[in-house]
Design a protein around this ligand. Structure first.
Ligand SMILES: [Fe+2]
Length: 475
């Protein structure tokens, strides 16, 4: 019987990746879960539990005792450094841990141990567990004799005994008599279903009554199958074997789907993280070029994200708007430094060059297809709601919402930042300017949100603080 391995770890560091790669290479079927309370339910289904410790997990008394309590015949391995192993062993009950591996783990040792268990599993530890519930001792003897050379058989002489047992241990299959004194098979089954973690154990009813009504009642109660007494030993064996095989295939499939899903989620997270880092790095290079607008891109991204959130954009969209905000001025990369950093008044010609940055930016970003509309913010953040902006003179709702939002955020940050020719404006003045630009420069909806944000910002914290001045002093 193939062993299923549950690998519990909060860490996904390099050493952990080496370990999982090693297990996969050895063809070991494992599921990785983080250490949270739901693990104990999964723990009941696995044959081997591997706890990959870290400093806090090794001392997590509640979690470790929970895992120890969920064990019923499983093999428990620990992986950790020397102190972590000692800490965990102090908490876990004596004899619960089969083996400890000191990190870095010798993968061959670990996989060797698992494969050896697998080999022995057919005979001992990995045998499917069957509970036989019957009030007739002869019947119990017959049934267990037939099954015990292939399965680990437990017996219960009554419904209430079965429930007591199942509160403590779990099994892969229950064979249950229907006619029993006190509590019949139907009642027992419904009580079993109420025990946490036992909702899904398949039950085959053993019945002496060849009665359609009973079968219907049993199926409605959630019985998996019926076997009529008296039965031929070979028939019982075959029915049980087929049923367990079916269950195993179903479990394997569920595990496989879960594993694949986790892998996909992990990869998506990595890509998202990487994208964020690249975008942040790129926006840092833009800010570095313009020494008077230090941190401008980050602030515009932050303000734009908050406006979007208040406007009711979904959270994933808000995160995207933050990134688009970070990149809105990327086109300034193409503008000569001496124009960007000029402290005296710009000539008309220089101003015309500055005004090309939205088109340059959109050109840079247009090939990034993984982030849809990423170029919109760069191209249209200088458009005006009344159509008098640049580069395309878009008007009102022709301007994409993202660009409308960034337009407000950008103007707000320009006013609340120190520039070469002036310090940050008074908050009152900024508020007035936004109010004045509502419907002409700015989309009214987003200008209103900006005004609300200003009103809530009683400390005037939303502004560039000391960066520009400090830069000047350093130079
Ligand atoms: Fe700009």
């Amino acid at each position: 019987m193939k062993q299923s391995v549950l690998l519990i770890s909060n860490s996904t560091d390099f050493m952990f990746k080496v370990l999982t790669a090693g297990l996969s290479r050895a063809g070991i079927n494992f599921l990785h879960l983080p250490a949270d309370p739901s693990v104990s339910e999964q723990a009941g289904k696995a044959h081997i539990l591997i706890l990959y410790l870290d400093e806090s997990l090794a001392r997590d008394e509640a979690f470790l005792t929970g895992v120890a309590g969920a064990l019923s015949g499983q093999v428990l391995y620990l992986i950790g450094n020397k102190e972590e192993l000692e800490d965990a062993r102090r908490i876990l009950p004596e004899g619960a841990v089969q083996k400890s591996y000191v990190r870095p783990v010798n993968i061959r040792d670990l996989t060797g141990d698992i494969l050896a268990l697998e080999k022995a599993g057919g005979e001992q530890a990995g045998r499917p567990r069957i509970l036989v519930v019957d009030d007739e001792p002869t019947q119990i003897r017959v049934t267990s004799r037939v099954l015990s050379d292939e399965y680990k058989v437990f017996v219960a002489g009554s419904g209430s005994n079965a429930i007591t047992f199942l509160k403590r241990e779990t099994v892969d299959l229950i064979l249950m008599d229907i006619r029993m004194p006190d509590m019949d098979g139907f009642e027992t089954l419904s009580k079993v279903r109420e025990i946490p973690g036992r909702e899904e154990i398949p039950v085959i009813f053993l019945t002496g009554l060849n009665d359609g009504d009973v079968e219907l009642k049993g199926l409605q109660a959630g019985a998996a199958d019926f076997i009529t007494k008296p039965f031929l030993p070979e028939v019982l064996k075959l029915r049980v074997r087929n049923y367990l095989e079916l269950e195993r295939l179903r479990d394997d499939l569920t595990l496989e789907v879960k594993k694949k899903t986790e892998e996909v989620v992990r990869q998506q997270d990595e890509i998202r993280h990487l994208t964020f880092q690249i975008v942040e790095t790129l926006s840092g290079t833009i800010d570095a070029k313009d020494k008077y607008t230090n941190g401008h891109s980050v602030r515009v991204g932050t303000y734009a994200e908050e406006i979007a959130r208040r406007a009711g954009f979904p959270e994933s969209e808000c995160a995207r708007i933050y990134m688009i905000g970070l990149l809105h001025d990327v086109g300034k990369i193409g503008i000569p430094d001496q124009i960007i950093n000029k402290t005296s008044r710009l000539t008309d010609e220089e101003y015309a060059i500055i005004k090309t940055h939205p088109v340059i930016g959109a050109g840079i970003l247009k090939n990034i297809t993984v982030l849809p509309h990423i170029a919109d913010g760069a191209r249209w953040h200088h458009e005006r709601y009344d159509g008098k902006g640049y580069p395309d003179g878009l008007k009102g709702e022709e301007i994409p919402k993202i660009a409308q939002i960034i337009g407000v955020a950008d103007a707000y940050d320009a006013m609340t930042s120190n520039r070469s020719y002036r310090s940050a404006m008074e908050q009152k003045q900024v508020r007035l300017e936004i109010e004045k630009g509502k419907g002409t420069q700015f989309a009214p909806q987003y200008a209103d949100i900006m005004l609300q944000m200003i009103d809530e910002d009683t400390e005037y914290a939303m502004r560039e603080t000391v960066h520009a001045k400090r830069n000047e002093e350093q130079e």
